[in-house]
Structure formats: C-alpha cells, structure tokens
Design a protein around this ligand. Sequence first.
Ligand code: ATP
Ligand code: MG
Length: 180
Amino acid sequence: MYLKRLEMSGFKSFASRTELEFVPGITAVVGPNGSGKSNVTDAIRWVLGEQSAKSLRGSKMEDVIFIGSDSRKPVGFCEVSITMDNSKRILPLDYAEVTVTRRVYRSGESEYLLNRQSCRLKDIQELFMDTGIGKEAYSMIGQGRIEEMISNKSEDRRAIFEEAAGIVKYKSRKKEAEKK
Ligand code: ATP
Ligand code: MG
C-alpha cells in the first residue's frame, strides 16, 4: 500500500486544483522557503482528520482555506483527496484504489468522503487503524517527533508499538464494547 495521488483545491497556498502523483520509492519535494512544501504534508494530515488548527500552523480551522492574493480572490471552500494504492487489499475494502476526501466551507460546514461517498471521520479513522496511516501514526514523522519518541513516557512509546503490531483496532473495539 502506498500513497498514489494527492489532490488539493483551495487548500492553503494551492488555490488552483493541484494534483501530485507518486510512484513507489522515494519522492523528495524541494523548493524555496515559503513555496508550500510543508503545506503538502499539512494537506495529508488534514485529510486524515487533523482537528487541531495549531498543528496545521494556523489559529482557526478556516485558515486552511486559500485567503487570496494580490492577483486572486479568496475561495469559499477547500478540498483535499488522497488516493492509496490498495491492490494488495491491505485496507479492508474491495477496491484497488481507496480515495479519502475532506472538504470544508468558510461557513464551517465540513464533510468526509470515502471513494466519493459521504462518510464519518470515524469511518476513515477505523479504516486506517493499525496501518500506520493517520494524523498521529508513524507514517507521518514530523520535525521533533523522533526526539519526542525517545524521550516520551513508556506508555506513549507503547502506543507506537501497538499500532505497528496491529492491535489498536481490537483495543478500540474492546473499549467500545465496555461502554455499552
Ligand atoms: P520552508 O522552506 O520555509 O519550510 P515551505 O515550502 O514549507 O517553506 P509552507 O510553510 O508550506 O512553505 O508555505 C507557506 C506559504 O503558504 C506562505 O507563503 C503562506 O502565505 C502560504 N499560506 C498558508 N496558508 C495560506 C492560505 N490560507 N491562503 C493562502 N496562502 C497560504
Ligand atoms: Mg516548511
């Protein structure tokens, strides 16, 4: 399973629809300061359900919507989609590609889609559980995160191993069952 495609529209500095295709192997994104490199990783975390504006380097969620420039008007909503290659059916969906989309309007209204069908954030979180993919999971290692892992409390480190071992799903279901 790998990230095949990232599409952004109205997200931060990506006012126009921008599509990035990835192939297996290593991809490096290079560019001058302020050109939008970090906005690319922000987009991936955002579509996976990031709720903290601060961790997306803004002060409110609306800050992810393109605010306009000298030559361009602001936009009313933004949308990000990621497409994962699922030819090995690692995600429990019978599709060779799985696309997750998040859209948010200035009014605050927001929605998530799974293969273009409306869904809940919870469905997306459950889908990626134990795959290492998620806004906090180990497939996204941000600046300072390695240090954090090393110096963290053992319980926090344990969470990383639990995700890698693939037992988060069962723990989460157990917790849900206990609530009932
Ligand atoms: P560095 O090399 O310094 O880390 P970078 O390539 O990672 O730079 P980013 O932080 O991704 O750059 O991009 C910052 C740019 O995105 C800034 O110019 C900022 O104005 C622009 N930006 C952020 N949010 C918005 C928004 N909502 N609308 C328009 N532009 C935005
Ligand atoms: Mg940066």
